[in-house]
Design a protein around this ligand. Structure first.
Ligand SMILES: [Zn+2]
Length: 260
């Protein structure tokens, strides 16, 4: 855990070191104007990179991941391995079903639903049921994010065990979810898509399988809010709907406050 924290401090705050030796006022000013870490670019936030070739990403070891070639940010993976060890000692097992997905992968998923090649919730062919582009985008957004807007782009977010909230209500699924509610924050993980209620009135539906490594994801979320606009959505079917469905304001920013 300390190794992760030290790595993060080095990654995020090294630019403020010289100023911190001066007066506290100068240090505060330096923190406010500290440049972003070099990896934190608009392309990164939009998922426009290849995780296996990115120097800050590592592959999830076999045994923990459903498939080979699943990647995470190094800090997130270290925390995940530590959390998996602790969970294992409590006889709670989990399997990574999905980790980093870049823009191109998300575009494949989105467009296959947009065109109707992949059914929504296993039954609805989107172009037939939702001929209006706005309705179609909103329907896909129940369970899939728009390319450029997914937290899975950042290498910080993981889907565990089953893409079905009901799975987490009984047996091993319930044991997993209860364990995560009690312990995930110790390892830096939060659940971004909690139940939709007055505290989280907009955004994606509840996803009990989706957890996020907050120390890095919160940096990404803040940078996203500050630097990405609706004009940055392009190069996929239905991109014109980004503004009308409020993809940034309601979906990217519409997460559990515990993930900010
Ligand atoms: Zn997910």
């Amino acid at each position: 855990m300390w190794g992760i924290l030290v790595t993060l401090i080095l990654l995020c705050s090294c630019t403020g070191q010289i100023e911190e030796q001066g007066s506290s006022r100068r240090a505060t000013k330096a923190q406010q104007s500290a440049p972003s870490p070099s990896w934190l670019t608009k392309s990164y936030l939009l998922g426009q990179f290849d995780p296996p070739r990115h120097p800050l990403f590592d592959r999830i070891p076999a045994g923990l991941a459903e498939r080979p070639n699943m990647y995470l940010r190094r800090e997130a993976l270290a925390a995940l391995l530590e959390m998996a060890d602790a969970a294992g000692r409590d006889s709670v097992r989990f399997l990574v079903r999905s980790a980093t997905r870049n823009f191109n992968r998300q575009k494949q998923i989105w467009e296959s639903k947009w065109r109707g090649d992949r059914l929504l919730e296993g039954r609805e062919q989107a172009p037939k049921v939702y001929p209006r582009p706005y309705d179609r985008a909103k329907a896909i957004l129940r369970w899939s994010s728009m390319p450029g807007s997914s937290r899975h782009h950042w290498g910080t977010d993981v889907d565990f065990n089953a893409f079905d909230n009901a799975y987490f209500e009984h047996g091993s699924g319930k044991r997993f979810y209860s364990w995560m509610l009690a312990h995930a924050s110790t390892y830096g993980f939060c659940q971004p898509y909690t139940r939709r209620d007055s505290l989280r009135p907009v955004g994606y539906n509840e996803e009990r399988w989706h957890w996020s490594y907050r120390p890095v994801a919160a940096i990404c979320l803040k940078a996203y809010r500050d630097s990405i606009g609706y004009a940055d959505f392009k190069d996929f079917l239905g991109y014109e709907m980004a503004d009308s469905v409020r993809i940034i304001d309601d979906y990217v920013l519409g997460v559990n406050r515990g993930c900010y």
